[in-house]
Design a protein around this ligand. Structure first.
Ligand code: ATP
Length: 312
């Protein structure tokens, strides 16, 4: 049963949570299981591009969104942030009386887990606003129910995700890595990319996904050159098949001096690992000048997971 008075009484005022995007530094994809999900060895690295989710008490659940691509974000209960608020309210028997404002900076449908970031952000913002003090393990369980990438958005840093990608083991990162993310015109649907993966893989022997030891060492030692040599994304051929123009973006970044180039997750954002901040500026400039992307965003990793930045 819902209890609006309890929710309203606990509300201190606006709460803003900052949540990072992710890049998959390894995305090993196995053959689909009978339930349709693909087993993964998914190494997430949180990067310093952020959405902010602000929760304010309101008579009923309401979502607003601003920022690049916000016109493609649903404002109804299918929004992952709305689903997070509803799940938390249900757990505590509260009415979901909250206005969630999403200030988007993570590319929408870009393979950088923007929706997942908003879900993790909304969960933490509502938990803080409502004073529900949900144990962290329980927040992680709600995240896993909302989507495979959502738990990592809460945790941040670097982590190996197995199963559907939601069973996380934190990995150590021994230094800063510099990236440039080239934002493509329009998005790619993650389910469509997996369908294309299955089509391309049909009749072939798809190996069991396994995490790379060399990658783990490169992250632990903060060695960008070693990391560049170990970046892999099994979804890249499928993303390139659906969006052949991304090949030109990858080439432009490589020719501009990136240490490595790959599609970020299911794409169509492309990720360029570079030596340092100065190289990031140069590669970003060249990528924009090449006309193969609509924006080029330097960012540093690792980044912290969902963090309360304003508590009214
Ligand atoms: P991932 O990398 O986790 O596969 P993505 O970064 O490719 O995801 P998202 O930005 O999460 O893609 O958006 C995927 C789709 O989810 C969008 O097209 C949109 O319809 C829907 N969606 C639901 N909630 C949100 C949200 N809060 N922000 C963005 N998209 C959302």
């Amino acid at each position: 049963m819902s209890d609006t008075s309890q929710g309203a009484a606990a509300a201190p005022g606006p709460v803003t949570v900052r949540v990072p995007a992710k890049v998959n530094v390894q995305l090993a994809v196995g053959a689909p299981r009978p339930d349709g999900f693909h087993p993964l060895a998914n190494v997430f690295l949180a990067v310093g591009l952020y959405d902010e989710v602000t929760a304010t008490p309101a008579p009923e659940l309401r979502i607003t969104c601003t920022g690049p691509g916000s016109d493609q974000v649903p404002l109804d209960r299918t929004n992952l942030a709305a689903r997070a608020a509803l799940a938390l309210a249900e757990l505590h028997g509260l009415a979901p009386g909250v206005h969630l404002h999403i200030a988007k900076d993570i590319p929408v449908a870009g393979g950088m887990a923007g929706g997942s970031a908003d879900a993790a952000g909304a969960l933490l913002a509502c938990d803080t606003l409502w004073g529900t003090r949900t144990p962290y393990a329980q927040l992680l369980d709600i995240c896993a129910e909302l989507g495979s990438d959502v738990p990592f958005s809460l945790v941040g840093g670097a982590a190996l995700g197995v199963g559907r990608g939601e069973l996380l083991t934190p990995w150590q990162v021994g230094g800063e890595f510099h990236w440039v993310f080239a934002v493509a015109d329009g998005g790619l649907s993650t389910p469509a990319v997996y369908r294309e993966f299955d089509r391309l893989a049909s009749g072939t022997d798809v190996p069991e996904p396994a995490a790379s030891d060399a990658l783990r060492t490169a992250l632990r030692t903060g060695d960008a050159t070693a990391l560049a040599a170990t970046l892999t994304n099994d979804l890249q051929p499928a993303a390139l098949s659906l969006r052949p123009s991304l090949t030109a973006t990858l080439t432009a970044g490589t020719e501009a001096g990136a240490l490595a180039a790959l599609v970020s997750g299911s794409g169509p954002t492309t990720a360029f690992l570079v030596k340092d901040a100065e190289a990031a500026g140069r590669v970003a400039e060249s990528l924009l000048a090449s006309g193969t992307c609509v924006a080029a965003r330097p960012a540093v990793s690792p980044a912290p997971g969902a963090t309360v930045v304003v508590k009214g």
